[in-house]
Design a protein around this ligand. Structure first.
Ligand code: SAM
Length: 242
């Protein structure tokens, strides 16, 4: 069993992750776009294109945070009927709800406080389930993925975006330096949380990426698992069907 990486090493991973995102919620969007230079938007759009092919009408965005993936899905896939976003951090959801209201999307998007490991929806409720940069924060990864599988309709799809570790020179070295040294220094300072942006590379390091993660998706029941490496391996899309 691999070591559990937590933000503060004081409570359960879930409590700490919730507290950390509550703490940085006010700066999250700014830092996200600042550090990624907008590249994450290209990754998100690619995942949305994959989901779109299956014409889902109902989408669940797990670990929705401030709602960027859900909002981008609504923008690039206007045919969608409803998107439900869930997250354990009320602070993150609050920021997301403001964006829904500003963009007058209250009839299509709903953000609720809920735990991915105990989803308050019946079996087969959603045509598609998405997660962007959320799964590595789950306390019990398999339980969260099993719950996502349970609420996915038969024939439905799941799309997960998560950071991975680039393997090749020079992106491995350049990104490694940026991710492990530059980002934590600036991120911890600007977010005023002295662990949040140190926890980020640590949690990516501990995450079972690539085929190992693909095998966990198969284990919880998903089939036809596809793994798409993005930007030299900085992130990956995991796409699968129920
Ligand atoms: C890095 S943020 C990603 C937010 C958003 N998906 C995005 O792409 O910007 C990770 C989010 O996962 C949420 N999270 C972590 N564990 C969770 C769980 N068990 N259930 C629901 N949300 C969870 C955190 O509260 C946080 O908002």
């Amino acid at each position: 069993m691999s070591e559990v990486v937590k933000p503060y090493n004081q409570g359960s991973k879930k409590q700490e992750v919730e507290a950390m995102f509550d703490n940085i919620a006010h700066k999250y969007d700014f830092l996200n776009h600042f550090f990624s230079l907008g590249i994450d938007i290209l990754w998100r759009k690619r995942a949305i294109r994959m989901i779109k092919k299956f014409n889902p009408k109902t989408v669940l965005d797990v670990a929705t945070g401030t709602g960027d993936f859900a909002l981008l899905t609504a923008k690039h896939y206007p045919e969608v009927k409803s998107i439900t976003g869930i997250d354990i951090s009320e602070g993150m959801l609050e920021m997301g709800r403001k964006k829904i209201t500003d963009r007058q999307l209250n009839d299509k998007l709903t953000f609720l406080k809920a735990d991915s490991e105990n989803l308050p929806f019946e079996e087969g409720h959603f045509d598609a389930v998405t997660v962007a940069f959320g799964v590595r924060n789950f306390e019990n990864l398999e339980k969260g993925l099993s719950e996502m599988f349970r609420v996915t309709k038969q024939g439905g799809v799941v799309a997960i975006i998560e950071f991975s570790k680039p393997k090749r020179f020079p992106i491995k070295q350049l990104f490694g330096f940026y991710f492990k040294f530059i980002m934590p220094t600036i991120g911890n300072w600007l977010s005023k949380d002295n662990r949040a942006y140190t926890y980020l590379p640590e949690s990516v390091q501990a995450f079972p990426e690539g085929q190992v993660f693909g095998d966990i998706l198969s284990k919880v029941g998903y089939s036809k698992v596809e793994i798409i490496s993005l930007s030299g391996g900085i992130a990956s899309i995991y796409f699968a069907r129920k």
